[in-house]
Design a protein around this ligand. Structure first.
Ligand code: SF4
Length: 468
């Protein structure tokens, strides 16, 4: 339903006899971060086993698979492509054999200098098996003369730019790494004597694991026979946590960047209500992306919250006849407005963002068809005007409605009676209200203000290619 997609979710388990099964469960919790492919590598007495494929976690694994994925060490990955395209060979984890043994790696993020690095590696004879930027890290590691993996990793990561969270198995050890900006989340936990890592803490809840802390930006964590070692890459001046994790990507039941996501979204909605009040009878959400902010808007404004749409969770990918005259069909299959609730009412509808505007326009048309007297659209983030180069599938800038039109023009295009976006200062202020130690400078807001903390892709600087 949503027009933006996160690239990947990753997890790792060390020191548990059912490591691969736990990784499998963890991937269910991270399925919202990628639905195109899933995979697990386990390690049993130094020997690695792999299973991966296209589709949802449920499509890729069956109960019989886990006896082949033996060992007390495992990493898992679930993917949505932003670079490299949707092909079986691009599914992760990547597993290779090279002169220093076997290695497996799973990556969440996007390298902005991947074209240059790949060109240089190919010029030196590297032959790539995939088109994903994660393989560049594998090739760079294979070329390192340094036998100690922590040091080799530090050397390789000084060459790559952009966003990355990595989980990696080498020499029977689990490595967990986060880029110096901390764009994407990665958390560390305990499950009895075992250590666990995951993109989001919601995986810990399913495992029954205890949240310990975030992996810090620039930190290389090594988990080796129950012991944890940690080293750090040279720091940058400011962190650049992806604020869109808080707006939309992360699950509301997760702790991300140390922040409770649901509470932050609620605060976004409350601030939005103060910035853009409305004279209305009901507040409704675009499910599920607008739920928490709509509740915050309702509670702050005193306008009652209601369920204006019923969502069908069971449709999956649906074939829609291109000749079908009803252009709203794709949206209607998934969301049906509740006429009995909406008829004759002045409605505030809250969503997290507008990307192209086509889906939002159809939702507003559905509300009017269901009898809503007025439709006031409120967005719990600033206008989305710039593409993301750090691991989010984004349309070309010319397809982003807020880069082409003023807010008034967008409201007219969508046929909304009024339109209000949360301001960037309001958004960052709401985060600080939840966690006073958080500074506005510690967040990447590039898709709203065009200030890219880690630069742009060389190729993408022309215009990013829309994939998936
Ligand atoms: S550009 Fe936007 S989506 Fe991309 S990392 Fe920055 S805040 Fe997140």
């Amino acid at each position: 339903m949503h027009e933006l997609r996160e690239q990947c979710g990753i997890c790792g388990v060390s020191g548990h006899p059912q490591a691969s099964y736990l990784a499998y469960l963890g991937l269910f919790s991270l399925q919202h971060r990628g639905q195109e492919s899933a995979g697990i590598v386990s390690c049993d007495a130094g020997k690695m086993n792999i299973q991966k494929g296209m589709g949802l976690v449920n499509d890729v694994f069956s109960p019989n698979d886990f006896s082949a994925l033996s060992g007390d060490l495992a990493i898992g990955h679930t993917r949505y492509s932003t670079t490299g395209g949707s092909h079986p060979e691009n599914a992760q984890p990547l597993m290779v054999s090279y002169r220093h043994g076997q290695m497996a790696l799973a990556h969440n993020g996007n390298l902005v200098n991947s074209d240059e690095l790949r060109y240089n590696l190919e010029a030196k004879g590297s032959i790539f098996q995939t088109t994903v930027d994660s393989e560049i890290i594998v090739h760079l590691l294979a070329r390192e003369a340094e036998p100690l993996v922590e040091r080799a990793l530090a050397s390789v990561l000084s060459q790559v730019k952009g966003s990355y969270c990595l989980v990696m198995i080498k020499d029977g050890k689990l490595f967990a790494v986060r880029d110096v900006y901390g764009f994407r989340p990665l958390v560390l936990g305990r499950l009895g004597d075992a250590h666990v890592v995951a993109s989001e803490s919601c995986a810990f809840d399913l495992w029954g694991a205890q949240y310990v802390r975030e992996i810090e930006p620039g930190e290389i964590v090594v988990i080796d026979k129950g012991e944890i070692r940690s080293s750090h890459l040279p720091p940058v001046k400011h962190r650049a946590h992806c604020v869109f994790e808080l707006i939309y990507f992360a699950r509301p039941d997760s702790l991300v960047f140390g922040l409770p996501v649901q509470e932050v979204r609620h605060a976004f909605g409350a601030t939005l209500s103060k910035e853009h009040p409305a004279d209305a009878d009901l507040v409704i959400a675009v499910p599920d992306s607008g739920n928490c902010a709509a509740l915050g808007y309702s509670q702050e404004s005193g306008i009652p919250f209601a369920f204006g749409f019923t969502r069908n969770h069971y449709v999956g990918r649906t074939f829609i006849d291109p000749l079908q005259s009803d252009r709203d069909l794709g949206v209607k299959i998934k969301l049906n407005p509740v006429r009995q609730t909406l008829e004759g009412k002045r409605v505030v509808i809250v969503d997290d963002s507008i990307v192209r505007g086509t889906t939002t326009k159809r939702l507003i048309s559905l509300l009017r068809d269901a009898g809503a007297a007025e439709v006031h659209l409120r967005i719990s983030s600033p206008p989305y005007t710039w593409p993301c180069y750090y691991g989010v599938d984004t349309p070309m800038r010319s397809r982003l409605i807020a880069s082409e039109k003023t807010i008034e023009e967008i409201g007219d295009f969508l046929h909304a009676d009024s339109l209000g976006y949360l301001s960037q200062s309001g958004m960052l202020g709401a985060i600080k209200g939840v966690q006073p130690q958080m500074e506005p400078a510690d967040f990447c807001c590039a898709c709203f203000d065009g200030n890219y903390p880690a630069g742009k892709c060389f190729s993408a600087a022309k215009e990013p290619k829309k994939e998936g």
